[in-house]
Design a binder for this molecule. Structure first.
Ligand code: GLN
Length: 230
């Protein structure tokens, strides 16, 4: 009957490959992070099954738009532009975008980027921000498909800096990335939300929002945040 096929549904959720502390493989080889544990707690609370597609940010967004995935959880910012193509959950994390440079770099401000190459990750709001100020500050934007490759390009000095979400950059620096975050170089970002294709998956979105509310009320949500940010 219909109730059986409903409970048999296994949602395909697309996510990042390396975006700590939200989606990443930890030192013991386990894939987890705030997004992943939150999704799992919500799925348990709401009694739905899912499988993860670890495909990277740009690919995750495309997978949802083409119907190959039901939802995306990937530190994805809720923007007005994206609302034309996606429905978003209640937001679950605030994040700004920051400039980041190689450790010891003499680049401290946007003015220092004049004539330089700057790295961004494809389809992110960091990329949009960089493109919006590139002409003004005289730098060239170079795109990468994932964060580790982008950082490596900055560390080797090929690109002079990158734009990344602050909590992610700070987590990487704290955990040994040979980079630094110049003072006062954050720009407004947008809060993170879980997304589905616009008007196509109301059922999953309703479950996600209910589950998020429940794990906030139970303290489970805060427990997950604390585990990865303390
Ligand atoms: N929060 C940023 C965005 O949504 C970056 C997300 C990511 O790189 N996974 O554009």
């Amino acid at each position: 009957g219909s109730s059986k096929s409903k409970s048999d549904k296994k949602y395909k959720i697309a996510t990042e490959t390396a975006f700590p502390p939200f989606d990443f493989t930890d030192s013991s080889g386990k894939f987890g992070g705030i997004d992943i544990e939150m999704l799992d707690a919500i799925a348990k609370d709401q009694g739905f099954e899912y499988e993860l597609q670890k495909i990277g940010f740009d690919a995750a967004l495309l997978a949802v738009q083409t119907g190959q995935a039901d939802g995306v959880i990937a530190g994805m910012s809720i923007t007005d532009e994206r609302k034309k193509k996606f429905d978003f959950s209640t937001s679950y994390y605030e994040a700004e975008v920051t400039l980041a440079v190689a450790a010891g770099s003499d680049i401290k401000s946007l003015e220092d980027l004049n004539g330089k190459k700057v790295a961004v990750k494809t389809a992110t709001n960091g990329a949009d921000y960089a493109k919006s100020i590139a002409d003004q500050y005289g730098f060239t934007v170079v795109e990468f498909s994932d964060s580790p490759t982008m950082y490596q390009d900055v560390i080797t000095g090929n690109t002079a800096a990158c734009f990344e979400d602050y909590p992610v950059m700070a987590y990487n620096v704290k955990n040994g990335a040979k980079m630094e975050i110049p003072e006062g170089m954050t720009a407004a970002g947008c809060p993170y939300g879980f997304a589905v294709a616009k008007d196509k998956n109301e059922e999953l979105m309703t479950k996600f929002n209910k589950g998020l509310e429940n794990i906030k009320a139970s303290g489970k949500f805060q427990e997950i945040i604390d585990k990865y940010t303390k």
